[in-house]
Design a protein around this ligand. Structure first.
Ligand SMILES: *Cc1c(COP(=O)(O)O)cnc(C)c1O
Length: 393
Protein backbone atom coordinates (compact mmCIF):
# COMPACT_ATOMS: atom_id res chain seq x y z
CA UNK A 1 0.00 0.00 0.00
CA UNK A 2 1.29 3.45 -0.93
CA UNK A 3 0.62 5.02 2.47
CA UNK A 4 2.68 2.36 4.24
CA UNK A 5 5.45 2.62 1.61
CA UNK A 6 5.73 6.38 2.24
CA UNK A 7 6.17 5.85 5.97
CA UNK A 8 8.71 3.11 5.35
CA UNK A 9 10.84 5.30 3.15
CA UNK A 10 10.76 8.08 5.78
CA UNK A 11 11.76 5.59 8.46
CA UNK A 12 14.65 4.48 6.25
CA UNK A 13 15.82 8.06 5.97
CA UNK A 14 15.85 8.35 9.73
CA UNK A 15 17.88 5.16 9.86
CA UNK A 16 20.40 6.49 7.32
CA UNK A 17 20.84 9.75 9.21
CA UNK A 18 21.45 7.85 12.45
CA UNK A 19 18.30 9.34 13.97
CA UNK A 20 16.11 6.28 14.35
CA UNK A 21 15.43 5.69 18.03
CA UNK A 22 15.10 2.32 19.65
CA UNK A 23 13.60 1.45 23.00
CA UNK A 24 15.44 -0.77 25.44
CA UNK A 25 13.42 -3.12 27.57
CA UNK A 26 14.02 -2.94 31.33
CA UNK A 27 13.26 -6.14 33.21
CA UNK A 28 13.72 -4.54 36.62
CA UNK A 29 12.38 -1.48 38.50
CA UNK A 30 13.78 1.97 37.80
CA UNK A 31 17.04 2.10 39.78
CA UNK A 32 20.78 2.65 39.21
CA UNK A 33 21.23 -1.12 38.78
CA UNK A 34 18.96 -2.35 36.04
CA UNK A 35 18.62 -5.41 33.89
CA UNK A 36 18.29 -4.20 30.35
CA UNK A 37 17.66 -6.44 27.37
CA UNK A 38 18.95 -9.18 29.69
CA UNK A 39 22.17 -7.34 30.59
CA UNK A 40 23.12 -5.92 33.98
CA UNK A 41 23.76 -2.20 33.62
CA UNK A 42 24.58 0.78 35.82
CA UNK A 43 22.27 3.56 34.66
CA UNK A 44 22.87 7.32 34.65
CA UNK A 45 19.84 8.31 32.66
CA UNK A 46 16.61 8.30 34.64
CA UNK A 47 14.86 11.34 36.12
CA UNK A 48 14.17 9.43 39.34
CA UNK A 49 16.40 11.97 41.09
CA UNK A 50 15.60 10.97 44.66
CA UNK A 51 15.38 7.24 44.05
CA UNK A 52 11.70 7.07 45.05
CA UNK A 53 10.40 5.16 41.99
CA UNK A 54 11.00 1.82 43.68
CA UNK A 55 11.01 3.00 47.31
CA UNK A 56 9.39 0.29 49.48
CA UNK A 57 7.12 2.77 51.27
CA UNK A 58 5.84 4.26 48.00
CA UNK A 59 5.34 0.78 46.51
CA UNK A 60 3.39 -0.23 49.61
CA UNK A 61 1.29 2.94 49.42
CA UNK A 62 0.38 2.15 45.81
CA UNK A 63 -0.71 -1.34 46.86
CA UNK A 64 -2.77 0.12 49.70
CA UNK A 65 -4.28 2.69 47.33
CA UNK A 66 -5.33 -0.04 44.90
CA UNK A 67 -6.94 -1.99 47.71
CA UNK A 68 -8.80 1.04 48.99
CA UNK A 69 -9.79 2.75 45.74
CA UNK A 70 -9.53 0.06 43.07
CA UNK A 71 -7.44 0.45 39.96
CA UNK A 72 -9.22 2.74 37.53
CA UNK A 73 -10.96 6.05 38.18
CA UNK A 74 -13.69 5.20 35.67
CA UNK A 75 -14.34 8.71 34.35
CA UNK A 76 -13.02 12.23 34.04
CA UNK A 77 -12.76 14.42 37.15
CA UNK A 78 -15.86 16.45 36.26
CA UNK A 79 -18.04 13.39 35.72
CA UNK A 80 -17.40 10.85 38.48
CA UNK A 81 -13.65 10.11 38.46
CA UNK A 82 -12.58 12.56 41.19
CA UNK A 83 -11.79 10.51 44.28
CA UNK A 84 -10.89 11.30 47.88
CA UNK A 85 -7.30 10.30 47.03
CA UNK A 86 -7.08 13.02 44.36
CA UNK A 87 -8.62 15.58 46.71
CA UNK A 88 -6.20 14.74 49.54
CA UNK A 89 -3.20 14.93 47.21
CA UNK A 90 -4.29 18.33 45.89
CA UNK A 91 -4.75 19.65 49.44
CA UNK A 92 -1.33 18.37 50.44
CA UNK A 93 0.37 19.88 47.37
CA UNK A 94 -1.34 23.25 47.91
CA UNK A 95 -0.20 23.28 51.53
CA UNK A 96 3.32 22.25 50.51
CA UNK A 97 3.64 25.03 47.92
CA UNK A 98 1.79 27.69 49.97
CA UNK A 99 4.95 29.52 51.16
CA UNK A 100 5.47 30.55 47.54
CA UNK A 101 1.98 31.29 46.25
CA UNK A 102 -0.84 33.44 47.53
CA UNK A 103 -4.17 31.65 48.23
CA UNK A 104 -2.53 28.50 46.92
CA UNK A 105 -4.57 25.70 45.42
CA UNK A 106 -3.33 22.72 43.40
CA UNK A 107 -4.70 20.57 40.60
CA UNK A 108 -3.48 17.06 39.78
CA UNK A 109 -3.00 16.06 36.13
CA UNK A 110 -2.32 12.71 34.43
CA UNK A 111 0.99 13.97 32.97
CA UNK A 112 3.17 17.06 32.89
CA UNK A 113 2.69 17.23 29.16
CA UNK A 114 -1.06 17.63 29.66
CA UNK A 115 -0.63 20.08 32.54
CA UNK A 116 1.45 22.35 30.30
CA UNK A 117 -1.09 22.17 27.46
CA UNK A 118 -3.83 22.93 29.99
CA UNK A 119 -2.22 25.93 31.64
CA UNK A 120 -1.14 27.65 28.47
CA UNK A 121 -4.36 27.13 26.52
CA UNK A 122 -6.54 28.13 29.48
CA UNK A 123 -4.58 31.28 30.35
CA UNK A 124 -3.76 32.42 26.82
CA UNK A 125 -6.72 32.79 24.50
CA UNK A 126 -6.32 33.85 20.88
CA UNK A 127 -5.97 37.50 21.91
CA UNK A 128 -3.18 36.89 24.38
CA UNK A 129 0.54 37.42 23.83
CA UNK A 130 2.87 34.62 24.87
CA UNK A 131 6.59 35.15 25.54
CA UNK A 132 8.36 31.84 25.35
CA UNK A 133 11.97 31.02 26.34
CA UNK A 134 13.92 29.57 23.40
CA UNK A 135 15.00 26.35 25.17
CA UNK A 136 11.56 25.44 26.51
CA UNK A 137 10.42 21.83 26.70
CA UNK A 138 8.39 20.41 23.80
CA UNK A 139 5.22 20.27 25.91
CA UNK A 140 5.37 24.04 26.51
CA UNK A 141 5.97 24.64 22.81
CA UNK A 142 2.99 22.46 21.92
CA UNK A 143 0.83 24.29 24.48
CA UNK A 144 1.78 27.60 22.89
CA UNK A 145 0.87 26.28 19.42
CA UNK A 146 -2.44 24.86 20.62
CA UNK A 147 -3.41 28.18 22.22
CA UNK A 148 -3.28 29.97 18.84
CA UNK A 149 -2.10 33.08 20.69
CA UNK A 150 0.60 35.31 19.20
CA UNK A 151 4.00 34.09 20.38
CA UNK A 152 7.39 35.73 20.66
CA UNK A 153 10.40 33.59 21.50
CA UNK A 154 13.07 35.27 23.62
CA UNK A 155 16.70 34.06 23.56
CA UNK A 156 17.87 31.72 26.31
CA UNK A 157 18.14 33.55 29.64
CA UNK A 158 17.91 36.95 27.95
CA UNK A 159 15.84 39.05 30.38
CA UNK A 160 16.69 42.29 28.55
CA UNK A 161 15.18 40.94 25.33
CA UNK A 162 12.10 39.81 27.24
CA UNK A 163 11.78 43.22 28.93
CA UNK A 164 11.77 44.94 25.54
CA UNK A 165 9.14 42.53 24.18
CA UNK A 166 6.88 43.00 27.20
CA UNK A 167 7.22 46.78 27.05
CA UNK A 168 6.27 46.80 23.36
CA UNK A 169 3.23 44.55 23.81
CA UNK A 170 -0.26 46.02 24.02
CA UNK A 171 -1.97 42.68 24.66
CA UNK A 172 -4.32 42.67 27.64
CA UNK A 173 -3.25 39.17 28.66
CA UNK A 174 0.48 38.50 28.68
CA UNK A 175 1.94 35.11 29.57
CA UNK A 176 5.65 34.39 30.04
CA UNK A 177 6.47 30.70 29.80
CA UNK A 178 9.72 29.08 30.93
CA UNK A 179 11.35 25.92 32.18
CA UNK A 180 13.00 26.48 35.57
CA UNK A 181 15.75 23.88 34.98
CA UNK A 182 16.68 23.33 31.34
CA UNK A 183 16.66 19.65 30.66
CA UNK A 184 19.65 19.36 28.32
CA UNK A 185 22.00 21.78 30.15
CA UNK A 186 20.84 21.61 33.74
CA UNK A 187 21.07 25.41 34.08
CA UNK A 188 18.45 27.51 35.85
CA UNK A 189 16.24 30.24 34.40
CA UNK A 190 16.75 33.67 36.04
CA UNK A 191 13.39 33.35 37.78
CA UNK A 192 13.73 36.34 40.17
CA UNK A 193 14.37 38.70 37.24
CA UNK A 194 11.62 37.10 35.16
CA UNK A 195 9.14 37.45 38.01
CA UNK A 196 10.05 41.11 38.56
CA UNK A 197 9.39 41.77 34.86
CA UNK A 198 6.07 39.93 34.97
CA UNK A 199 4.94 41.88 38.02
CA UNK A 200 5.94 45.16 36.38
CA UNK A 201 4.12 44.37 33.13
CA UNK A 202 1.15 42.52 34.60
CA UNK A 203 2.04 39.18 33.00
CA UNK A 204 1.58 35.63 34.24
CA UNK A 205 4.80 33.71 34.84
CA UNK A 206 4.27 30.04 34.00
CA UNK A 207 7.13 28.01 35.47
CA UNK A 208 7.70 24.39 34.42
CA UNK A 209 9.66 22.89 37.33
CA UNK A 210 9.76 19.31 36.06
CA UNK A 211 13.43 18.93 37.05
CA UNK A 212 13.31 21.11 40.17
CA UNK A 213 10.33 19.88 42.18
CA UNK A 214 11.49 17.58 45.00
CA UNK A 215 15.13 18.25 44.12
CA UNK A 216 15.79 21.96 44.67
CA UNK A 217 15.20 23.90 47.89
CA UNK A 218 15.86 22.85 51.49
CA UNK A 219 12.40 21.25 51.70
CA UNK A 220 12.19 20.08 48.09
CA UNK A 221 9.64 22.70 47.07
CA UNK A 222 11.70 23.25 43.94
CA UNK A 223 12.83 26.32 42.04
CA UNK A 224 10.49 28.72 43.87
CA UNK A 225 12.06 27.70 47.18
CA UNK A 226 15.58 27.75 45.68
CA UNK A 227 15.07 31.40 44.69
CA UNK A 228 12.77 32.22 47.62
CA UNK A 229 9.96 33.58 45.41
CA UNK A 230 6.34 34.29 46.27
CA UNK A 231 3.83 35.97 44.02
CA UNK A 232 0.23 35.79 42.77
CA UNK A 233 1.65 36.14 39.25
CA UNK A 234 3.24 32.68 39.49
CA UNK A 235 1.62 29.66 37.89
CA UNK A 236 3.70 26.67 38.92
CA UNK A 237 3.83 23.26 37.21
CA UNK A 238 5.62 20.42 38.98
CA UNK A 239 5.83 16.89 37.63
CA UNK A 240 5.36 13.86 39.84
CA UNK A 241 7.01 11.21 37.67
CA UNK A 242 10.56 12.50 38.15
CA UNK A 243 11.84 13.26 41.67
CA UNK A 244 8.47 12.22 43.15
CA UNK A 245 8.95 8.82 41.55
CA UNK A 246 5.35 8.02 40.59
CA UNK A 247 3.61 9.81 37.72
CA UNK A 248 1.38 12.71 36.81
CA UNK A 249 1.90 16.38 37.54
CA UNK A 250 0.28 19.30 39.29
CA UNK A 251 -0.34 22.95 38.78
CA UNK A 252 -0.25 25.17 41.85
CA UNK A 253 -1.37 28.78 41.70
CA UNK A 254 -3.84 31.28 43.14
CA UNK A 255 -7.14 29.51 43.80
CA UNK A 256 -8.87 31.53 41.09
CA UNK A 257 -6.42 30.29 38.47
CA UNK A 258 -7.06 26.71 39.53
CA UNK A 259 -10.85 27.19 39.42
CA UNK A 260 -10.44 28.61 35.90
CA UNK A 261 -8.43 25.54 34.84
CA UNK A 262 -11.11 23.21 36.20
CA UNK A 263 -13.75 25.06 34.17
CA UNK A 264 -11.78 25.67 31.00
CA UNK A 265 -8.68 23.52 30.51
CA UNK A 266 -9.54 20.90 27.91
CA UNK A 267 -6.58 18.59 28.72
CA UNK A 268 -8.00 18.48 32.25
CA UNK A 269 -11.67 18.13 31.39
CA UNK A 270 -11.66 15.68 28.49
CA UNK A 271 -9.59 12.86 29.87
CA UNK A 272 -10.11 10.04 32.34
CA UNK A 273 -8.76 10.88 35.78
CA UNK A 274 -5.50 9.14 36.70
CA UNK A 275 -5.84 6.07 38.91
CA UNK A 276 -6.65 7.20 42.47
CA UNK A 277 -4.07 4.69 43.73
CA UNK A 278 -1.37 6.81 42.07
CA UNK A 279 -2.58 9.87 43.96
CA UNK A 280 -2.59 7.82 47.15
CA UNK A 281 1.01 6.66 46.53
CA UNK A 282 2.01 10.28 45.83
CA UNK A 283 0.90 11.30 49.33
CA UNK A 284 3.67 9.06 50.66
CA UNK A 285 6.15 10.40 48.12
CA UNK A 286 5.41 13.99 49.18
CA UNK A 287 5.78 12.99 52.82
CA UNK A 288 9.22 11.53 52.01
CA UNK A 289 10.26 14.59 49.95
CA UNK A 290 9.17 17.02 52.69
CA UNK A 291 10.67 15.06 55.58
CA UNK A 292 14.09 14.05 56.92
CA UNK A 293 14.51 11.32 54.35
CA UNK A 294 14.02 13.79 51.50
CA UNK A 295 16.53 16.16 53.07
CA UNK A 296 19.05 13.35 53.48
CA UNK A 297 18.53 12.21 49.89
CA UNK A 298 18.97 15.73 48.53
CA UNK A 299 22.17 16.12 50.59
CA UNK A 300 23.54 12.83 49.26
CA UNK A 301 22.71 13.88 45.69
CA UNK A 302 24.57 17.18 46.20
CA UNK A 303 27.56 15.23 47.54
CA UNK A 304 27.52 13.05 44.41
CA UNK A 305 27.39 16.15 42.18
CA UNK A 306 30.43 17.61 44.00
CA UNK A 307 32.22 14.27 43.73
CA UNK A 308 31.64 14.07 39.97
CA UNK A 309 32.88 17.64 39.62
CA UNK A 310 36.07 16.90 41.53
CA UNK A 311 36.88 13.54 39.99
CA UNK A 312 36.39 14.40 36.33
CA UNK A 313 39.65 15.50 34.72
CA UNK A 314 38.53 16.51 31.28
CA UNK A 315 40.66 18.40 28.77
CA UNK A 316 38.55 18.75 25.64
CA UNK A 317 35.18 17.54 26.85
CA UNK A 318 33.36 19.98 29.03
CA UNK A 319 31.09 19.31 31.97
CA UNK A 320 28.41 21.97 32.31
CA UNK A 321 28.27 23.00 35.97
CA UNK A 322 24.78 22.58 37.40
CA UNK A 323 23.34 22.45 40.92
CA UNK A 324 20.85 19.87 39.66
CA UNK A 325 20.94 16.16 38.95
CA UNK A 326 21.43 16.93 35.25
CA UNK A 327 25.19 16.84 34.62
CA UNK A 328 25.84 17.05 30.88
CA UNK A 329 29.27 16.47 29.38
CA UNK A 330 29.57 18.33 26.08
CA UNK A 331 31.75 16.54 23.54
CA UNK A 332 30.82 18.44 20.38
CA UNK A 333 30.96 16.00 17.50
CA UNK A 334 28.04 13.63 16.98
CA UNK A 335 30.28 10.71 16.08
CA UNK A 336 32.58 11.12 19.03
CA UNK A 337 29.58 11.37 21.36
CA UNK A 338 28.00 8.24 19.94
CA UNK A 339 31.31 6.37 20.20
CA UNK A 340 31.72 7.47 23.81
CA UNK A 341 28.18 6.36 24.71
CA UNK A 342 28.77 3.01 22.98
CA UNK A 343 32.08 2.50 24.77
CA UNK A 344 30.44 3.26 28.12
CA UNK A 345 27.62 0.88 27.28
CA UNK A 346 30.11 -1.87 26.50
CA UNK A 347 31.50 -1.37 30.01
CA UNK A 348 28.03 -1.69 31.52
CA UNK A 349 27.48 2.06 31.98
CA UNK A 350 24.28 3.44 30.49
CA UNK A 351 24.56 7.14 29.62
CA UNK A 352 22.48 8.60 26.80
CA UNK A 353 24.04 10.50 23.88
CA UNK A 354 22.10 13.64 23.00
CA UNK A 355 22.55 15.09 19.51
CA UNK A 356 21.18 17.94 17.43
CA UNK A 357 18.41 18.92 16.86
CA UNK A 358 17.70 18.25 20.55
CA UNK A 359 20.76 20.42 21.33
CA UNK A 360 22.51 23.08 19.17
CA UNK A 361 24.88 22.05 16.38
CA UNK A 362 28.36 20.92 17.53
CA UNK A 363 27.27 20.52 21.14
CA UNK A 364 26.44 16.80 21.14
CA UNK A 365 26.79 15.54 24.67
CA UNK A 366 26.52 12.74 27.16
CA UNK A 367 23.58 13.57 29.40
CA UNK A 368 24.53 12.15 32.78
CA UNK A 369 21.77 12.25 35.36
CA UNK A 370 22.58 11.43 38.95
CA UNK A 371 20.18 10.10 41.54
CA UNK A 372 20.25 9.93 45.32
CA UNK A 373 20.04 6.17 44.77
CA UNK A 374 23.57 6.13 43.32
CA UNK A 375 26.47 5.32 45.62
CA UNK A 376 29.80 7.18 45.75
CA UNK A 377 31.47 4.08 44.30
CA UNK A 378 29.12 4.10 41.32
CA UNK A 379 29.86 7.75 40.58
CA UNK A 380 33.59 7.03 40.96
CA UNK A 381 33.25 4.22 38.42
CA UNK A 382 31.58 6.60 35.96
CA UNK A 383 34.21 9.32 36.44
CA UNK A 384 37.07 6.86 35.93
CA UNK A 385 35.49 5.54 32.76
CA UNK A 386 34.89 9.05 31.38
CA UNK A 387 38.44 10.22 32.14
CA UNK A 388 39.91 7.16 30.41
CA UNK A 389 37.62 7.46 27.41
CA UNK A 390 38.44 11.10 26.77
CA UNK A 391 42.15 10.31 26.79
CA UNK A 392 41.66 7.53 24.21
CA UNK A 393 39.29 9.47 21.98
C1 LIG B 1 9.32 15.57 31.66
C2 LIG B 1 8.97 16.98 31.38
C3 LIG B 1 7.66 17.37 31.13
C4 LIG B 1 6.54 16.38 30.95
O1 LIG B 1 6.16 15.79 32.13
P1 LIG B 1 5.51 14.32 32.07
O2 LIG B 1 4.87 14.16 33.38
O3 LIG B 1 6.63 13.39 31.80
O4 LIG B 1 4.52 14.35 30.93
C5 LIG B 1 7.38 18.71 31.01
N1 LIG B 1 8.37 19.63 31.06
C6 LIG B 1 9.64 19.29 31.27
C7 LIG B 1 10.69 20.35 31.34
C8 LIG B 1 9.99 17.96 31.42
O5 LIG B 1 11.27 17.61 31.60
Amino acid sequence: MQLIATLESELQQLEQRGLRRRRRIAETPCAPRVELDDRAMLAFCSNDYLGLAAHPRVVEALREGATRYGVGSGASHLISGHSRAHALLEERLAEFMSPHLESARALYFCTGYMANLAVITALAGRDAAIFSESLNHASLIDGVRLSRAAVQVYPHGDTAALAAMLAASSAVTKVVVTDSVFSMDGDLAPLPALLALCERHGAWLVVDDAHGFGMLGANGRGALEHFNLRSPYLVYMGTLGKAAGVGGAFVAAHETVIEWLIQRARPYIYTTAAAPALAHALLTSIELIAGDEGRARRAHLQALIAQLDQSLQLQRWQRIASPTAIQPIVIGSNDETLRAAAALYAQGLWVPAIRPPTVPLNTARLRVTLSAAHTCDEVAQLATALNALEELA
